[in-house]
Write a protein that binds this ligand. Sequence first.
Ligand SMILES: NC(=O)c1ccc[n+]([C@@H]2O[C@H](COP(=O)([O-])OP(=O)(O)OC[C@H]3O[C@@H](n4cnc5c(N)ncnc54)[C@H](OP(=O)(O)O)[C@@H]3O)[C@@H](O)[C@H]2O)c1
Length: 334
Amino acid sequence: MRVFICGFGTVGQGLCEVLADRAQFFLDRYGEPVIVTGAMDSRTFILAPQGIAPLDLVARKKGSGRVGDESYTDSTAVLEQAEYDILVEVSPTDVKTGGAGLVNITYALNHGKDVITVNKGPLALKFCELISLARKNKCKLRFEGSVAGAMPIINLCHENLKGERISSIRGIFNGTCNFILSKMDKGQPFEQALKEAQQMGYAETDPTNDIEGYDSACKVAILANSIFGRNVTFNDVKITGITGITDEAVAMAASRNMVIRLIGEISETRLEVGPRLVPKGHPLSISGTLNTALIQADLAGPITITGRGAGRIETASAILSDLIAIMDERRNRR
Ligand SMILES: NC(=O)c1ccc[n+]([C@@H]2O[C@H](COP(=O)([O-])OP(=O)(O)OC[C@H]3O[C@@H](n4cnc5c(N)ncnc54)[C@H](OP(=O)(O)O)[C@@H]3O)[C@@H](O)[C@H]2O)c1
């Protein structure tokens, strides 16, 4: 199986580490290796039709800051020359236009390639178009890691809960906000908690996407489309971030044995992200950087899942699960 990796930062490099670690697993399960036949970062690319050792790619990037020796301006011209079966698209999220990710995913699907992505932008803006394109070209588009990193919410709902009617999903989909709110529970003011999140590498230098609720809203839009079959975009989500939460509000919640959490809510009619009062001890009252979701299913009842919403290896684990699903399906077809 030949894989081209678009975007070679935290997740792209984490994926290479995981592919190296699971090389024997692929040989045992499929009798064939997964080979990386190319990669690109923001400026450079490398093509290796016979495959390049994933850890060598990581070493190149760490050593020189570049994944390839050649520069490019048009990523689709690179993809045109590349030889691959699956595009793994892990370039930066752009929720205004879909960015390079949208261009690359569209190009690959149009050329009959399967795609795995954790890039929220294209999915939060053009979900239905991309799924239709994949169907038209008989390709797979999988995106488990786009919502809550390693927490397997999408594949759980699509596969294990296939026969259920899911009436709602409520969850914490942004670890940075949850970290800040957990610190505020302990009496830290918002600004100080945000600074600590930045120092620990949880929040970006520009934390807008997290604290204004935009990141959670992307995930809410992806879940609404993929689990509830709705046709919505990021722009349809009613969003309130956490910047307006005062110390007094947190103290008031605590006096009622509650906490404030940034909750994403999806159902047939709801599409919201906002701060909510949650009773202490409730599954959605968790502290720290974890993500969690409460799925309401008609036969199984409430199901709660919790996991790491981000991280180099954690996100690569979600990509691995999508890769295995695609390889299983190809094997079953043979
Ligand atoms: N990090 C996580 O835990 C996590 C979890 C879930 C989802 N995601 C999503 O995964 C994606 C990647 O995240 P990350 O943390 O790996 O980001 P990152 O560390 O910033 O890496 C992004 C990579 O994409 C490259 N890039 C930038 N512009 C590009 C373009 N136009 N075409 C191709 N490559 C381009 C960058 O190149 P340079 O190296 O040259 O700058 C870099 O290699 C994002 O969409 C993010 O939202 C991340």
